[in-house]
Ligand binder design. Structure first.
Ligand code: XAI
Ligand code: MG
Length: 553
């Protein structure tokens, strides 16, 4: 019992006196102390229900013989932070969450932990913390939002952001835009497509750190409260059997996660977060390995933004385990791995059948023979860049066009709305990388502007920033090395030809080596002078996107 170091013996009477100050009884103090990490707050719609989840978890822990003690994790709503300076503070919270949870859990010598995340950075941040702290731990998230409804169709945040582009292009009027605003996000929960939050809550199940349904049971379903109680009970079982995160998050478990990512069509942010979580487990995920896995893994789901289906439908179709069962038919998973149920994945998968072949394509009738994400390499991105190929229009998989270069997201938005961008162009947005941004903003506003204006079948976008899970189109991000580190992207000029070949994993700036060498001499790197506070420290410490933008330790 880790907490013995803090609470046992005559010399720990002062510590116990403070536990009594919390109102804990002798009986409670003697039991295993279970830290409940609640990401509850009143600004993130995906987190506004986490107080209810937390209460249910506490009940589960107490029912199973533990003493639950809640402490908080910060959380940013990426949707609210989107499209302005605030987005620089999104990715950076992943590491703040990991660090602050490590500090809280170890300072107070908790015996076990229940992590309650939901939105984008809390899932990877808390998984990183779980690996670092390595006491028995289980995850239960807040659950996805239900889809909204417009004109009898389901809708979600991707359509909402694209409606702004459609309004700008004169395709819809202000009344319609308002209708989107009022009807897109109807409940609490993480936005309803296969965006970043839901991607990682689903992958938490695959990694073995969350129970079946963790990624898909809607936030407003009572079943989610039951799931939270079960998670609370189950952490006590993990404690008794001494099963720890690093016993579960093995190399094989990460192979399974990348495989499921490809089948589900997850957010490109998983290409930052999975390597960062694996790093905490002492495991390296090389992006080249992702292409190898993707080459073998059929894409089975077209959830928003790739298609008009939502997480509530994935849940009704059997959820993540039903997808894993399809993949298992082709032997694509390591099913002997240990999970938070105390059983192997193989044992967990029994009975989880695919109930809707429209939502989860059978393994022999996939959307494509290859997975949702591709990593491209070439002189423009020697260390790689990523694209959600399952959300790219067929005609854009291979594209060549002239560069239209912008040095920030704001400049790009102005250019796109100002009709500077023409059919065939390749928009380049640079100085938005992990160190250059700093903070690697999500370019959802520019990609949605292009899609909403109807240009997504003709215009590509390349950036050293990243994307939302709601981004679709030929949007290629995480270009590494980034501009501020002297990557080739810093030396692109308007009109340079850029060739993109997604099936062959290449991206080429068609400028000679001699000319590029000349530009390296002549073109200065733009360093931002006015970066202050935490971002200043972050910019100094953060690694490249191809290494998961981890903070060098
Ligand atoms: C706002 C969103 C949809 O959460 C986005 O930030 C994402 O990464 O998916
Ligand atoms: Mg996000």
């Amino acid at each position: 019992m880790s907490s013995k170091a803090m609470k046992e013996g005559f010399d720990k009477a002062p510590q116990r006196s403070l536990l009594h100050a919390l109102g804990l009884t002798n009986e409670e103090i003697e039991k295993p102390l279970v830290g409940i990490v609640s990401s509850y707050n009143e600004i993130v719609p995906g987190h506004m229900n986490l107080d209810k989840i937390t209460e249910a978890v506490k009940m589960g822990v107490a029912m199973a013989g533990g003493t639950p003690i809640v402490f908080p994790a910060i959380a940013v709503c990426d949707g609210i932070a989107m499209g302005h300076a605030g987005m620089r503070y999104s990715l950076v919270t992943r590491d703040l969450i990991a660090d602050s949870t490590e500090a809280m859990a170890l300072a107070h010598a908790f015996d076990a932990l229940v992590m309650i995340p939901n939105c984008d950075k809390n899932v990877p941040g808390l998984l990183m913390a779980a690996a670092r702290i390595n006491v028995p731990t289980i995850f239960v998230s807040g659950g996805p939002m239900l889809a909204g409804r417009i004109d009898g169709h389901k809708t979600s945040l991707s359509s909402m952001f694209e409606a702004v582009g459609a309004y700008q292009a004169g395709k819809i009027d202000g009344k319609k835009l308002k209708e989107y605003e009022l009807n897109t996000c109807p409940t609490c929960g993480s936005c309803s497509g296969m965006y970043t939050a839901n991607s990682h809550n689903c992958l938490t199940e695959v990694l073995g750190m969350g129970l079946a349904g963790n990624g898909t049971i809607p936030a407003v379903y009572s079943k989610r409260i039951e799931l939270a109680k079960h998670a609370g009970m189950q952490v006590m079982e993990l404690y008794r059997q001494n099963i720890r995160p690093r016993d579960i998050m093995t190399k094989e478990a990460f192979h399974n996660a990348v495989t499921a990512d490809m089948a589900l069509g997850c957010s490109t942010n998983s290409m930052l977060h999975l390597p960062a979580i694996a790093n905490e487990c002492g495991i390296e995920i090389d992006l080249k390995k992702v292409n190898e896995i993707s080459a073998k893994t059929p894409n089975l789901c077209h959830l928003a933004p790739a298609g008009p289906t939502y997480i509530e439908e994935l849940d009704a179709a059997g959820g993540v385990y039903a997808v894993l069962n399809e993949l298992d038919k082709k032997g694509l998973l390591y099913t002997d791995v240990m999970t938070c149920t105390g059983k192997t994945l193989k044992e967990n998968l029994v009975g989880h059948i695919n109930k809707n072949p429209e939502v989860i394509r059978p393994i022999d009738k996939p959307y494509s023979q290859t997975g949702g994400i591709a990593v491209l390499y070439g002189n423009l991105a020697p260390d790689g860049c990523v694209v959600k190929r399952s959300a790219v229009a067929e005609e854009m998989l291979v594209h060549e066009g002239p560069a239209k270069v912008y040095n920030s997201e704001e400049e790009a938005i102005k250019g796109i709305f100002g009709k500077e961008v023409k059919a065939g162009d390749v928009v380049v947005i640079r100085y938005e990388g992990p160190a250059g941004g700093p903070g690697m903003r999500e370019m959802l506003s520019p990609t949605s502007a292009i899609a909403g204006m109807g240009l997504d079948k003709e215009v590509a976008l390349i950036t050293d920033g990243r994307f939302s899970g709601a981004t679709r189109g030929a949007s290629i991000g995480h270009v590494s090395p980034e501009a501020v580190s002297g990557g080739t992207i810093a030396y692109v000029k308007d009109g340079d030809l850029i060739a993109i070949d997604i099936p062959n994993h290449t991206i080429t700036l068609k400028v000679s080596e001699e000319e590029l060498a000349k530009r390296r001499e002549e073109m200065p790197i733009l360093k931002k002078e006015n970066v202050t506070g935490y971002l200043k420290r972050y910019a100094k410490l953060v690694s490249s996107a191809d290494k998961g933008a981890i903070i060098n330790r």
